[in-house]
Write a protein that binds this ligand. Structure first.
Ligand SMILES: Nc1ncnc2c1ncn2[C@@H]1O[C@H](COP(=O)(O)OP(=O)(O)OP(=O)(O)O)[C@@H](O)[C@H]1O
Length: 601
């Protein structure tokens, strides 16, 4: 079925349906069916009956025919628009039609690289669901922190679709001789820019060397029979944010790719096209119409966000951040107890501190006549997630937050990408993300697939220029009505000035800050976490790069106010701690190295 506009030669990037212009659920779904895209009828049936996917999303309608065609592809679409199915469904479709049927001993046909453990597990879960009717296709995963010996055993048996984090994959390519990849047909880089951001660039280069998937040295591998001919090999890069790094990455890993989902507004005129060569465009909709086009330029990193996402910022002085965070969380859960909220923080220590505080902080007796009438400040379940947690704890937190109806997740950027937490209503960025691309991925944890969602960014008055940096990427935010929230709290005998002098002198702010500082003071473990969090937060603040350094400058901070935002009356010493921390981290790294070398021997 062809969309009527398609016949008029609508270009690949123009909106093809009225709803798409409006955003929202209507704006996410295409006007065709999965079978229109060329997928096997049984697979289409399974997508509908067992996975609840009635129709494809727009990016799926555009990209699935491209992946089936065998062309290299660079896929760019907003967060939460179904990019995982873009590559998994065609791969399963093509694998299930092979005759004779593939067997485990044939080894790996498809490799999906992702930046984090949680995303690895998530994509593996979707792959397992997709192959339900094609039991001879075996998905599997390998990722940092898992038992290497068990992974070796699984690889030895054979994994048809392998989902992996780059470091662990490279490790097995180098050390697991039973890992068979001579039938490798697809390499997928999901969250491609993040893989590079996380410093996996070197590992990816080595992986491409091993797999002979770089454009120039591929033929040698084919000639010596180690790899299937180029026509059989297909590389696919996907991300909601196209950055300069993706551009460089695409140049080494994609061969005359089809660009899917790129809007004209992202491309400015300029001498170089995105990949240094002619690029073939296919029109979107439920079929494909070859169109030759050269993209001028380096993409200006403009990001397409879900149209229905409400984005706001709250301007808060450093010393009042903690009170404002708790007040907003309390207001949101009072408004709707069964909802899920994600709060992003900049460091693991900050997550640990806020996790303990928000799990345990209770209203003091001074707020109620009977001393025993204490109640938890937040009535929801609180979870935390960061890269320093034990792997099983990360898994439990991830699963727990997904299954709870009323929950708060405190996390670092380990949860910023790709993770599909159903029904998250609000994303709070308590600490700024830095790069605008990370802002986009963080807020992309809500407003998924046309659902409603809100995003709130905390900014100190000295950081307000960050809004201009976001505007450069066509991301604009409105101010959050903080005064109304603070005025909604009882004053417990405090005098309320009619005309507020400043936020910091708001009676509620003063009252709650004192209660928090008292609570931290009475809990030694919490006090230690507050001090650790203060030190790591200040250190992380100095880590901003490039232009952002001019916005997030430590010397503009009042460290005594920073201490207050961790419920501390006094500012802890920074000097001693940093040396102790560095020494501790160095010892941990050496211990891990010893463990790795002993496990390889
Ligand atoms: N055709 C469809 N119909 C209904 N739901 C779908 C469809 N395709 C995907 N979904 C659901 O939409 C949600 C988002 O999918 P997915 O995580 O693949 O999005 P994404 O574009 O990869 O997001 P991100 O950029 O954050 O990684 C998931 O819950 C998935 O199950």
């Amino acid at each position: 079925m062809k969309d009527s506009k398609e016949k008029s030669g609508a270009t690949e990037n123009k909106k093809t349906t009225k709803e798409e212009d409006e955003g929202g659920r209507g704006g996410v779904f295409a006007s065709c069916s999965f079978s229109d895209l060329g997928l096997d009828p049984k697979l289409c049936q399974h997508l509908q009956d067992n996975m609840g996917f009635q129709v494809p999303t727009h990016i799926q309608a555009r990209a699935i025919p491209v992946v089936i065609s065998g062309r290299h592809a660079l896929v760019n679409a907003a967060t939460g628009t179904g990019k995982t199915i873009v590559y998994l469904a065609p791969i399963v479709h093509l694998l299930q039609m092979r005759e004779p049927r593939i067997e485990r001993s044939d080894g790996t046909f498809a490799l999906v690289l992702v930046p984090t453990r949680e995303l690895c597990m998530q994509v593996h879960g979707i792959a397992q669901k997709l192959v339900h009717r094609f039991h001879w296709i075996v998905p599997g995963y390998i990722m940092g922190g898992e038992n290497r010996a068990k992974e070796k055993a699984r690889l030895r048996k054979g994994i048809s679709i392998l989902i992996a984090t780059p470091g662990r994959l490279l490790d097995h390519l180098k050390n697991t001789s039973s890992f068979v990849y001579t039938n490798l047909r697809w390499i997928v880089f999901d969250e491609a820019d993040r893989i590079l951001e996380l410093g996996f660039g070197k590992a990816i280069e080595e992986i491409l060397e091993f797999l002979g998937s770089r454009k120039n040295d591929f033929d040698r591998e084919v000639d010596n029979g180690k790899l299937p001919p180029r026509a059989a090999r297909q590389n696919i890069l996907l991300s909601a944010t196209l950055t300069e790094k993706v551009n460089q990455f695409a140049n080494i890993s994609l061969d005359n790719p089809v660009m899917v989902g790129l809007d004209d507004k992202k491309i400015t005129s300029g001498p170089q096209n995105l990949l240094g060569g002619n690029l073939t465009l296919r029109s979107e909709g439920c079929g494909s119409l070859e169109k030759h086009n050269t993209f001028p330029s380096h993409p200006v990193e403009n990001y397409n966000l879900p149209a229905q996402l409400i984005q706001r910022y709250v301007k808060v002085s450093c010393g009042s951040r903690l009170v404002v965070l708790l007040s907003i969380l309390r207001t949101l859960f009072d408004r709707e107890i069964s909802q899920k909220i994600v709060v992003f923080l900049s460091t693991c220590d900050a997550v640990d501190f806020h996790y303990m505080l928000l799990s345990e902080f209770q209203w003091g007796s001074e707020m109620h006549s009977e001393a025993n009438q204490k109640q938890k400040f937040l009535g929801c379940k609180v979870f935390h997630l960061h890269g320093n947690m034990k792997h099983e704890d990360r898994g439990k937190a991830f699963e727990g937050f997904i299954s709870e109806k009323s929950a708060l997740l405190l996390c670092t950027d380990v949860a910023a990408r790709g993770l599909d937490f159903p029904k998250v209503r609000c994303i709070i960025q308590y600490d700024s993300p830095g790069e605008a691309s990370e802002y986009v991925h963080r807020v992309g944890r809500t407003a998924r697939l046309g659902e409603k969602g809100e995003a709130l960014l905390f900014l100190q008055p000295v950081e307000i220029d960050y809004l201009h940096d976001l505007e450069r990427h066509s991301v604009s935010l409105k101010e959050y009505p903080l005064q109304k929230v603070l005025d909604s709290f009882p004053l417990y005998g405090q005098k309320h000035h009619k005309k507020l002098i400043s936020l910091d002198t708001h009676p509620w702010v003063l009252f709650l800050q004192r209660a928090l500082e008292r609570f931290v003071l009475t809990e030694p473990k919490l006090m230690k976490r507050a001090r650790d969090a203060f030190c790591s937060w200040v250190r992380a603040y100095t880590a901003h790069r490039g232009e952002l350094k001019k916005i997030f400058m430590v010397k503009k901070l009042h460290l005594g106010h920073v201490a207050r935002s961790f419920g501390l009356k006094e500012q802890p010493s920074l000097v001693g701690r940093s040396f102790q921390m560095q020494a501790k981290k160095k010892r941990k790294r050496e211990h891990r190295k010893d463990k790795t070398s002993s496990s390889r021997s």
